[in-house]
Design a protein around this ligand. Structure first.
Ligand SMILES: [Fe+2]
Length: 183
């Protein structure tokens, strides 16, 4: 199977128009998950951390997310449904629930190549990538990923982080730190 970003985005857009858009989008993501190697072949094997926006609209955002080895994205929510599939490496997802202002850990799930994760609008998760390799994932958000009032919590004590760094900055810092230690 070939993977094409334009075709994938078009399929997601068509799925969104269906009565149960979330399920329909999940089916599109599942089709990609059946052949994760095709994504890396089309987009390039993950080798530099960052977010590549494949589509950005008020009702749909599609990202190619490449996690720098050993980086962590602090616990956060999205305020929108999301479906993501790992196509190279792995994502260690930890899940949390609200306990007043703070959050409590409620478990986790490791996503390997070809694994799909659905996140509801209320979901809170953190992501850690493995130390030994870059991880690539396609993230589909049923809304505007870049214009939302997301919440972030500190991983160490579960308290709200009132002034979190922008997502792009988290990726840039992780990549800089990796390159600094490798000379
Ligand atoms: Fe997230």
């Amino acid at each position: 199977m070939m993977f094409g970003a334009d075709r994938f985005v078009a399929d997601c857009r068509a799925a969104l128009a269906e009565v149960d858009g979330v399920s329909a989008v999940r089916e599109v993501v599942d089709r990609v998950a059946a052949d994760p190697g095709a994504v890396g072949a089309a987009l390039g094997e993950p080798s530099y951390g960052g977010i590549d926006c494949l589509h950005h609209a008020p009702d749909l955002t599609v990202l190619n997310v490449v996690w720098t080895p050993g980086m962590t994205m602090a616990p956060h929510d999205h305020k929108m449904s999301a479906a993501l599939v790992v196509y190279g490496g792995r994502e260690e997802n930890a899940f949390f629930r609200r306990a007043d202002e703070r959050i409590q850990a409620i478990g986790g799930r490791t996503l390997q190549e070809g694994d799909v994760l659905l996140l509801g609008p209320e979901a809170i998760h953190s992501v850690t990538s493995p130390p030994d390799r870059y991880t690539g994932a396609i993230h589909v958000y049923l809304g505007d990923f870049f214009d939302r009032d997301r919440e972030v919590w500190r991983a160490d004590d579960g308290e709200p982080d009132a002034d979190p760094p922008p997502v792009e900055e988290v990726f840039a810092r992780a990549e800089e730190a990796r390159r600094a230690t490798r000379g």
